[in-house]
Design a protein around this ligand. Structure first.
Ligand code: LLP
Length: 418
């Protein structure tokens, strides 16, 4: 971390500001991709845009060879804007609108159906547009990913996908197989996020591969791909978490084992989000005041949970550095507070930091994933700028800070109130 450059960015573009590293992003992508591609010949990485859909970052990943996992018309448009072809886009959502389905059909993206009613809606839209929808189903394998309950999607009680249990998923494929305007291309699952061990992934993989074999035997279906979703965690607190290499060495043998019975080799698709972008980004914020109460010492910053909601929403831990004082001894215990008018707006509690002064710049680390993408305008605070430190060491603005006036752009006051 080059403290003087970060301070310069904060000064030039104001705070809060997100700062990303192109070099790290490329490194993460290559680490993830090569872990799988050195073990399996047909691998495709579809970056989960929900983690961070900023155009410049998506464009870097596209250049590296990544496709896109998108969940809305907005993310789909982003993938199209950077020039991704439909065959490199999968559109997944449990509650698709007709307009989004139409947009995905026009883009020729794969549409990942969440249920039979969802399939029928896709079929109807495709029929009206005289198109063939390339589909897979999102499968709920009933696997516990052992992560925060809010981001555990593979549980039986989850709102996502069709259960593999019983005949639900099988019946869905059977139904789709007989429909006009529908072409079955694969099978997809995503069991959760910030997963720390390999076991839930291999369990899900076993179930999906066994299911693929059933589709082959009973429906004579040959799938183009098996998509195991995203979910690999990162060490926010330097805890022990499997690496892409561990994940690939756990999953690929399972796929290969079942391939022998399948008698064909489907492509392996993966949808990492967090792993690729989380540690590439930090959120810089300026300390406004340091306040002591009889109970606590607070650092008040000019960011809030509207710019990094993870601590407030998931009790997530983010490392926090005081830029320029990183090497000083951490002697003081502070609660690090945001500027939002809610007592839950804390980035950290009882955190040991170097002695901190107003005007210091703090870096909330690992903010590249689910930082900007979950940011809001709560308290009429506008969305921050984003800056990219290029591989050549120079930095560029990739998104301007919103202006206060922007908040009135789409509002109207009824005439009689003027
Ligand atoms: N594919 C699907 C279908 C997903 O739903 C997700 C994440 C991913 C891929 C990417 O998962 P990742 O590799 O990033 O774990 N806001 C939460 C995380 C929500 C994840 C939602 N789905 C957080 O800040 O921790």
């Amino acid at each position: 971390m080059d403290s003087s450059q970060l301070k310069k960015i904060a000064e030039e573009h104001g705070t809060p500001v997100y700062v990303y590293s192109e070099e790290l992003l490329i490194k993460n992508y290559r680490t993830f991709y090569s872990a799988f591609s050195k073990r399996y010949s047909k691998v495709k990485i579809l970056y989960a845009y929900k983690a961070n859909a900023s155009l410049a970052l998506c464009a870097i990943l596209k250049k590296e060879g990544a496709g896109a996992d998108v969940v809305s018309g907005g993310e789909l448009l982003t993938a199209q804007k950077i020039g991704l072809a439909g065959r490199d886009i999968i559109y997944t959502n449990n509650s698709k609108t007709k307009e989004e389905i139409a947009q995905a059909l026009d883009a020729d993206a794969v549409i990942n159906a969440d249920s039979v009613p969802d399939l029928l809606k896709i079929q109807k839209t495709a029929e009206e547009k005289k198109k063939t929808a390339k589909i897979s189903f999102r499968i709920n394998p009933g696997v516990n990913p052992k992560t925060n309950a809010k981001i555990a999607t593979g549980l039986k009680e989850s709102k996502f996908g069709i259960h593999i249990e019983g005949d639900a998923a099988y019946t869905a494929y059977k139904t789709a197989n007989g429909l006009d305007n529908i072409k079955i291309t694969g099978v997809q699952t995503h069991i959760g996020s910030q997963i720390k061990e390999a076991a839930p992934f291999t369990e899900a993989c076993e179930k999906i591969m066994e299911f693929a074999l059933r589709l082959k035997k009973d429906l004579n279906l040959k799938l183009e791909y098996i998509d195991l979703g995203g979910g690999l965690g990162i060490p926010y607190q330097e805890e022990k978490i499997i690496k892409p290499d561990d994940l690939a060495s756990a999953i690929v043998p399972v796929v290969e084992k079942w391939n022998k019975q399948l008698n064909y080799e489907p492509a392996l698709w993966l949808e990492p989000g967090r792993y690729l972008v989380a540690n590439t980004g930090m959120l810089l914020t300026t300390v406004q005041t340091v306040k002591e109460t009889p109970y606590k010492k607070f650092i008040n910053t000019d960011a809030g949970f509207n710019t990094l909601i993870r601590p407030a929403m998931y009790d997530a831990y983010h490392r926090i550095e005081n830029i320029g004082r990183e090497k000083e001894e951490k002697t003081e215990k502070y609660d690090i507070a945001g500027n939002i008018c809610e007592s839950g707006d804390l980035f950290a509690k009882d955190r040991l930091m170097p002695k901190t002064m107003p005007g210091d710049i703090l870096a909330l680390m690992d903010a590249g994933a689910y930082g900007y993408s979950m940011a809001s305008r709560y308290n009429a605070r506008l969305l921050p700028a984003e800056v990219l430190i290029r591989s050549n060491g120079k930095y560029e603005l990739i998104r301007e800070r919103e202006k206060l006036e922007d908040q009135y752009k789409y509002q109207k006051i009824p005439k009689d109130l003027l």
